[in-house]
Design a protein around this ligand. Structure first.
Ligand code: SF4
Ligand code: SF4
Length: 370
């Protein structure tokens, strides 16, 4: 009987080995990373939330306060309305929320509530106000330089307070936004983070369209009040990165990764890609929007304003000028989305996997110890 059944059964299809199978067989190290990601970071569905429009700082060139696609919305929803909102987002399938704003640490009741719906997620914070240690989301603590430069760019000793609040914390990663004027501080800040038991990663300053426009007229309409986010920049003295800067950054970060691999969360391949002086996106000259930006084109990704509105035509950093956008969220997503384009050789695949693994180190607590 059994034999007959076996005789009648269609032969099992023989699955041909793919290139990916071969790479994984040849390299146990690649296989370990690949299967770790598949097991521990499956089904990542991201959406972004501007969770407040308040901030205790006013950083030069801030793309939230400089823009008309972020700070103009009302911010008066009750905690009950947030409860329904988060529930709906969870039902929509979001598995990994990003909380930004202005400064999320100012609305910790909203963060605590969100944490009841999601265990994993990410908060973008300036680090000056400690976020409840019970909240399990990862923290990207923005860093713009040392005490001197903080005074100039941000009007407060931001890094000092960030270190006081988060020394040795595994959920916090300092995110150094590199601009034209602070490249020279990178090495020292990496060492300081290491001494404090913190990890550090990097973002590239990407000007908003409004910042670029103001540079054209700087001097004529420049504001001198402390609450302005356009205090000192001019056409000749500003934060925008030049092609020489990008070469310099690439070399500095390649060295830093080699020297302090446990402190510096960054990938050589990403470093090469993001510092290519050519624009990173194809931009429609009529609209000014990138046509191949993955974040913008993901159907499930929404960036909610503080009044719970969103637009399918906006990315997570909607005021930024697409021509010079090098924001890390967009950059990582761009590479991670190109899995099939990185299967030509084992080296290509290893590069892709390294970027994905770096993203996981940035987004999951204790990823290195899993
Ligand atoms: S911390 Fe600075 S960059 Fe961030 S929202 Fe506040 S003013 Fe803007
Ligand atoms: S993330 Fe995409 S859409 Fe947004 S500014 Fe950057 S390139 Fe443009």
């Amino acid at each position: 009987m059994n034999i007959r059944v076996e005789e009648r059964a269609a032969p099992a299809p023989v699955r041909r080995k793919t290139r990916l199978d071969r790479y994984l067989e040849e390299s146990p190290e690649l296989a370990a990373t690949y299967f770790k990601i598949r097991k521990h970071a499956p089904k990542i569905v991201i959406s972004g939330y501007d969770i407040t429009k308040r901030c205790n700082l006013r950083c030069e060139g801030c793309f939230f306060f400089e823009g008309d696609l972020s700070s103009i919305y009302s911010d008066g929803h009750t905690i009950e309305e947030y409860q329904t909102f988060f529930k709906n987002e969870q039902d929509r399938g979001v598995t990994y929320p990003h909380f930004a704003g202005a400064e999320p640490a100012l609305v910790q009741d909203r963060l605590r509530l969100a944490n009841q719906f999601w265990k994993n997620g990410l908060i973008y914070t300036n680090g000056t106000i400690k976020i409840d240690p019970e909240i399990t989301f990862m923290l990207h603590v923005s860093l713009w330089g040392d005490e001197e430069t903080d005074k100039l760019y941000r009007g407060a000793p931001v890094f000092k307070r960030g270190v006081q609040n988060y020394a040795g914390e595994s959920r916090a990663i300092f995110m150094y936004t590199i601009n034209h004027q602070n490249i020279g501080f990178i090495k020292d800040l990496v060492k300081l983070c290491r001494e404090n038991g913190n990890r550090i990663s990097f973002n590239h300053y990407s000007p908003s369209r409004q910042y670029n426009a103001k540079l054209q007229t700087a001097g004529a309409d420049k504001l001198h009040d402390k609450r302005s986010t356009f205090r000192f920049s001019t056409a000749d003295n500003n934060l925008r990165l030049t092609p020489d800067d990008l070469h310099n950054i690439r070399d500095t970060l390649d060295d830093a990764i080699e020297q302090y691999p446990e402190t510096v969360v960054y990938s050589h391949y990403y470093n090469e890609w993001i510092n290519d002086p050519k624009g990173r996106y194809e931009v429609n000259d009529k609209t000014g929007w990138a046509t191949n930006c993955v974040i913008l084109n993901k159907p499930y990704h929404r960036q909610y304003h503080t009044d719970f509105s969103y637009s399918d035509a906006e990315c997570c950093v909607a005021n930024i000028d697409c021509y010079s956008c090098r924001h890390y969220v967009a950059g990582y997503t761009m590479i991670m989305d190109k899995f099939y384009q990185h299967l030509e050789s084992k080296e290509d695949f290893a590069n892709w996997l390294d970027v994905y693994d770096t993203w996981c180190r940035l987004h999951f607590r204790d990823w290195d110890r899993i």
